[in-house]
Ligand binder design. Structure first.
Ligand SMILES: Nc1nc2c(ncn2[C@@H]2O[C@H](COP(=O)(O)OP(=O)(O)O)[C@@H](O)[C@H]2O)c(=O)[nH]1
Ligand SMILES: [Mg+2]
Length: 187
């Protein structure tokens, strides 16, 4: 598999226009979106990861095998971002999620230590309202012991979705996520 960075932009006019299918990754700042993309592709430096969240207000497109895109969306819910930026974030994300007709699947990434936060739930309801297909991923499971994991996953199920357990550190869940993506791309 070969993945390559294509473009980072906040302007829809600059997004790829080759109409390949897209798989988007959504979640709070610092939840682990970029790490997940790196783990999926097996390319550590592909998506930019950082400990200073809330910086990226652009949408990053990575093309895999010239066949489809993995799309890293800007994170939300970072308290230190000024309110004006949160509005910009909302506009950018909602426009992408609502209008992008090449979007086939949205992966909503949660931290099972925190479970559903208000912004996550807003996004989940938004995706459902707009009839968008989505997959919930519980990441950083390596940070939890067995009973903490069970507790965290159970709390996520309360909202009627089965989370897919993942760890960028151990590679747990990589195969299952690819299976879910392959199923969508086959249609
Ligand atoms: N232990 C552990 N740390 C992770 C995992 N995924 C991400 N991280 C760390 O969490 C921080 C934020 O990750 P990043 O991918 O940049 O999050 P993003 O803001 O959602 O793109 C980084 O320090 C990562 O190394 C994981 O599965 N396990
Ligand atoms: Mg990131």
């Amino acid at each position: 598999m070969h993945a390559e960075f294509i473009v980072s932009s906040a302007r829809p006019a600059a997004f790829p226009s080759d109409r390949l299918p897209e798989i988007a990754f959504l979640g709070r700042s610092n939840v682990g979106k970029s790490s997940l993309i790196n783990a999926l592709t097996g390319q550590k430096g592909l998506a930019f990861t950082s400990n200073t969240p809330g910086r990226t207000q652009t949408i990053n497109f990575y093309r895999v095998d010239g066949a489809f895109y993995l799309v890293d969306l800007p994170g939300y819910g970072y308290a230190r971002v000024p309110p004006g930026h949160q509005l910009e974030w909302k506009k950018l994300i909602e426009e992408y999620l609502e209008k992008r007709d090449t979007l086939k699947l949205s992966c909503l990434i949660l931290d099972p230590r925190r479970g559903w936060m208000d912004n996550d739930l807003d996004l989940k309801r938004w995706l459902e309202y707009h009839g968008r297909q989505y997959l919930v991923i519980a990441t950083k499971t390596d940070k939890l012991n067995q009973s903490e994991q069970e507790h965290g996953l159970r709390a996520i199920r309360q909202e009627g979705t089965e989370p897919l357990p993942f760890s960028a550190l151990t590679g747990r869940g990589v195969r299952e996520i690819w299976q879910a993506i392959a199923k969508i791309l086959q249609r």
